[in-house]
Design a protein around this ligand. Structure first.
Ligand code: SAM
Length: 210
């Protein structure tokens, strides 16, 4: 893969967000202190980024540019780090990103980050449960990024499958987590339809149609 650089304005916003995300472990510990007697919920991590890495973001950027992908859908915006990589790429290809976040407080901060990077015009941020917010989607998906609550990967993937086409690229993050296994089993069992490659030290799964 050739070395394509993201534009400096977007990269400087992203770098500041990554710097702030270094406080994730402290913020997460505070949120998770409440969850001793019940499973963790998105609201417990309201102040936590849980971002992809710079390496993953650069990979998204390069993949979108190299394949001239335009219609991007993302599950799990958080404060918008991954979305900024996707948006910087579609600004070059002439496309658009639809991203969705359950928590409105996180979405509001993400929207401000999009504006700081001057990328708000290529991002549509849908607030709410992805299963609902992406229900009426009817355009073909060129690139799908799965990075929200892990037990929703499979139902959401199945919901969006009719919108895939021969050149669709799917990236699922955190595929080293046990909650993503039902999803991985589903794609692995459809060997005639999908080819799956584990990348980024097994953290990500890259899925393409055969
Ligand atoms: C791992 S974080 C996303 C990180 C982001 N992609 C990044 O790299 O900066 C997962 C996000 O998904 C959100 N989320 C969880 N369940 C969701 C749902 N049902 N619909 C939409 N967003 C959801 C969480 O609130 C959280 O902000």
């Amino acid at each position: 893969m050739q070395n394509i650089q993201i534009d400096p304005t977007t990269q400087s916003v992203i770098s500041l967000l990554f710097k702030d995300a270094k406080l994730d472990p402290i913020r997460a510990a505070k949120g998770m202190a409440k969850t001793i007697f019940r499973p963790i919920e998105p609201k417990d991590l309201e102040n936590v980024y849980l971002p992809i890495s710079q390496e993953q973001g650069d990979f998204f950027y390069e993949t979108i540019l190299e394949n001239d992908l335009k219609s991007i859908v993302e599950f799990g915006t958080s404060f918008g780090i991954s979305t900024l990589f996707l948006a910087a790429a579609v600004k070059q290809t002439g496309g658009q990103v639809i991203t969705t976040e359950l928590l409105s407080s996180k979405a509001q901060t993400a929207q401000k980050n999009f504006e700081k990077a001057g990328l708000e015009n290529v991002i549509e941020l849908r607030i709410g449960d992805a299963i609902e917010t992406l229900k009426n989607l009817n355009q073909p998906i060129d690139f799908l990024m799965l990075d929200g609550w892990k037990n929703l990967y499979l139902p959401l993937f199945k919901q969006l499958e009719p919108l895939f086409h021969q050149r669709t690229v799917i990236y699922a993050d955190n595929t080293d987590m046990s909650d993503t296994q039902p999803f991985l089993n589903y794609v692995y069992h459809q060997k005639d339809t999908y080819k799956t490659q584990r990348i980024h030290q097994g953290k990500g799964a890259l899925i393409k149609l055969r």
